[in-house]
Design a protein around this ligand. Structure first.
Ligand code: NAD
Length: 550
């Protein structure tokens, strides 16, 4: 953490109700989303939201200045934020974004983890993750449908459509990984999650994301077997290090049906805990000898990935779930690490080709009933969209809200705009208690270039071209989104990723309807065109159907 970071005296939570602290709902919405990030944060005292060190602001001084700026700026002004630090407010115009951000961007040749850590230590930049620095994080509920859809696709492709009685092994129960046990259970599987930090497991159990904590590997395996035999879906967790548990299972000739991992392997300094080490011991070594921690973490990741490869050889379906674990293992000398598939190219790309991706909305007054009203709008207005209606029914029954009530739902090109306009009308007509913010994950359409995650194995070889997220962000700005962000880098992600994020608020006004219409349509439109341009026929057909492109 940077030297300026100071512990906080009182816990921050998102503003609720209809009383405004800002000069308009658009500004208030962004302020509440920033606070909501922190209410959901894994380590609020350090401004760390998720993914081991993805931060909401540069430091507490920057945080308070951002809050002050949002409270005092007018419509027609734009706040500029550089890697979590507010720089200035410019006079723009009423349809311009209120906030523009760039975070974690280092030019190509300098974009190494070493340079990033150095710049972070000097207090010059932060890693924003995908949703932390641009205030779009909604807790584990933000990723859960993605994890569920991957597992459902695994079921369709490899297990005749059902994971009933199938054993899914994974690791990591942090901000995003914490969604895995519930997603696995909803997909019908028996899922075992290995997590080194007991407090993370307890947090997810309390939040309703995991049912059982086993006391040992033996007990965990007994619970898995019992549930498999009975054919019931079950979520089980255990305290353990994946670099120890995975090889132990290989040694015992136990072959799960599906294996993945969502530890924070993308970062060997602040993220992954090396085998044989406790949390406190690792934290101490991070301070006294960071080079040694990185070496030990990398060696452990290599051991874990070797075990994942052994599972694959033994018949498991194995995939990387977006934590860069294969790249780290390859760096440590595991030459066949990329024999493991990446979840995007393998399971989700056909959806992105149609503009379908992780779309989200947040009830800004904090009223859960607003989300239920929107759930019903989805069910009523998209009756033929099985993916969306199936998910909304599951989410309504099984997912508890975290902080401000929110929902994720993978809607496609045209559908997002249609829903957002219906919601804007409902705000105007008083059918909702107040405005709703719309956003999406950076892992969407054209919004992410990450040649080891979002854009691996593109048909035309355009995996590393980061023009797309930059164009996506420019287009978000031109089409009047409320907040637009360009993110890159960070630890093991340095040099791997550039991505774009956008947020738009439905406050019931005519201008909001115009913004939602132009921004959401352009956002998915460029996503479809990115895949159409790369030669994907599903995207070319979608582009043709919607008259997108030249
Ligand atoms: P996090 O830092 O909040 O949690 C990581 C968890 O892993 C922690 O609880 C930590 O204790 C645990 N852990 C670390 N080393 C371990 C080990 N050796 N064995 C067992 N547990 C260990 O991170 P997060 O927000 O949950 O994100 C996890 C990863 O998933 C990141 O790499 C992130 O970039 C990636 N991610 C993927 C997607 C996706 O769409 N697939 C989305 C978001 C994030």
């Amino acid at each position: 953490m940077t030297a300026q970071t100071k512990p906080l005296q009182t816990r921050i939570s998102a503003g609720r109700g209809t009383e405004l602290r800002c000069r308009g709902w658009r500004q208030e919405a962004l302020l509440r989303l920033l606070e909501n990030n922190l209410e959901n944060a894994e380590r609020q005292e350090d401004l760390v939201v998720y993914a081991s060190f993805a931060k909401a602001a540069r430091d507490w001084d920057a945080y308070h200045k951002i809050v002050h700026a949002l409270k005092n700026m007018d419509e027609g002004q734009t706040l500029i934020v550089q890697s979590g630090k507010p720089i200035g407010i410019f006079q723009t115009h009423k349809m311009a974004p209120l906030v523009l951000m760039a975070c974690g961007n280092i030019v190509g040749r300098w974009a190494t983890p070493e340079n990033f850590y150095d710049l972070q230590e000097k207090g010059l930049m932060i890693w924003g993750g995908l949703t932390a620095a641009d205030w779009q994080y909604i807790g584990s509920q933000g990723v859960i449908q993605g994890t569920y859809e991957i597992l459902s696709q695994v079921a369709r492709e490899h297990f005749g459509g059902s994971l009933k009685g199938k054993f899914v092994l994974t690791a990591g129960m942090g901000g995003m990984g914490g969604a895995q046990p519930l997603a696995g259970k909803l997909a019908g599987a028996v899922i075992l999650v290995v997590e080194v930090d007991r407090s993370r497991i307890e947090k997810r159990v309390a939040a309703g994301y995991c049912e059982l904590i086993a006391d040992s590997l033996d007990q965990a395996l007994t619970l898995v077997k019992e549930a498999q035999d009975k054919g019931i879906a079950r979520s089980i967790s255990m305290v353990g290090n994946a670099a120890e548990i995975y090889p132990e299972l290989v040694k015992r000739s136990i072959t799960p049906d599906v294996v993945t991992d969502q530890t924070s392997a993308h970062d060997t300094l602040f993220g992954y805990i090396p085998a044989g080490m406790g949390i406190d011991e690792t934290n101490a070594l991070r301070k006294s000898n960071p080079t040694e921690v990185r070496k030990l973490a990398l060696a452990s990741i290599a051991i874990e990935v070797e075990a994942m490869l052994a599972f694959k050889r033994n018949g498991s379906i194995v995939f990387d779930n977006g934590n860069n674990i294969r790249s780290q293992a390859a760096e440590a000398g595991v030459t066949d690490a990329f024999d493991i598939d990446i979840f995007t190219a393998r399971y989700l790309r056909p959806l992105f080709c149609k503009g379908i991706g992780p779309f989200r909305w947040i009830a800004l007054t904090g009223n859960p009933e607003d989300i239920h009203v929107i759930d019903q709008l989805v069910l009523d207005h998209f009756p033929d969209n099985d993916l969306a209606t199936n998910w909304i029914k599951l989410a309504r029954e099984h997912i508890k809200f975290e902080a401000l009530p929110a929902r994720i739902c993978w809607l496609g090109h045209g559908e997002r705009t249609k829903l957002a306009l219906l919601v804007n009308d409902a705000v105007r007509d008083g059918k909702l208690s107040g405005p709703i913010a719309f956003t999406r994950d950076h892992l969407d359409g054209a919004a992410m270039t990450h040649p080891r995650i979002g854009t691996e194995g593109m048909l035309d070889g355009s995996d590393a071209i980061s023009d797309w997220p930059l164009l996506n962000a420019l287009l978000n700005t031109a089409s009047a989104a409320d907040l637009v962000a360009i993110h890159s880098g960070g630890g093991g992600y340095s040099g791997y990723m550039t991505s774009a994020g956008a947020t738009i608020t439905a406050d019931g006004s005519e201008e909001a309807a115009q913004r939602l219409s132009t921004a959401l349509t352009a956002d998915t439109g460029i996503g479809v065109l990115r895949f159409a341009d790369a030669g994907y026929s599903e995207a070319q057909e979608t582009a043709k159907d919607h008259k997108l492109g030249l």
